[in-house]
Design a protein around this ligand. Structure first.
Ligand SMILES: [Zn+2]
Length: 116
């Protein structure tokens, strides 16, 4: 069994573009992520998500973090607590979304192979 740890790396300086629409966002996050391959083995990996003003709209946690960036162009030391809370909530959503997509892909693969 693989320990998933919680080592999340946030990138504020020049984060990569949104992998979904190619647009730019104010912050990206890298987090450990493991998935199960076709042989049933757990494969550890790193996933990355970019906070996107287009794709993440209507997601409450993302909206709050986007609103924070709209108000605070630079990250002041006094705002770090707020930023930490908002970014933690957003990363939790982003991680869950990745997992769901992987589960869907796995189920699709299995149904295609006649295993479901
Ligand atoms: Zn996007």
């Amino acid at each position: 069994m693989i320990e998933e740890g919680d080592e999340i790396v946030l990138q504020l300086a020049d984060p990569p573009n949104c992998p979904r629409c190619g647009g730019s966002g104010p912050v990206s996050a890298q987090f450990p992520y493991s998935w199960t391959n076709a042989s049933g083995e757990a494969v550890p990996g790193i996933r990355e998500a970019t906070l996107c003003p287009v794709c993440d709209r209507d997601e409450p946690a993302a909206d709050r973090l986007l609103a924070f960036f709209a108000v605070h162009k630079t990250l002041e030391p006094s705002e770090l607590g707020t930023f930490h809370n908002l970014s933690t909530a957003w990363v939790a959503i982003a991680r869950a979304r990745k997992v769901n997509q992987q589960q869907l892909a796995d189920e699709y693969e299995r149904s295609r192979n006649g295993e479901l």
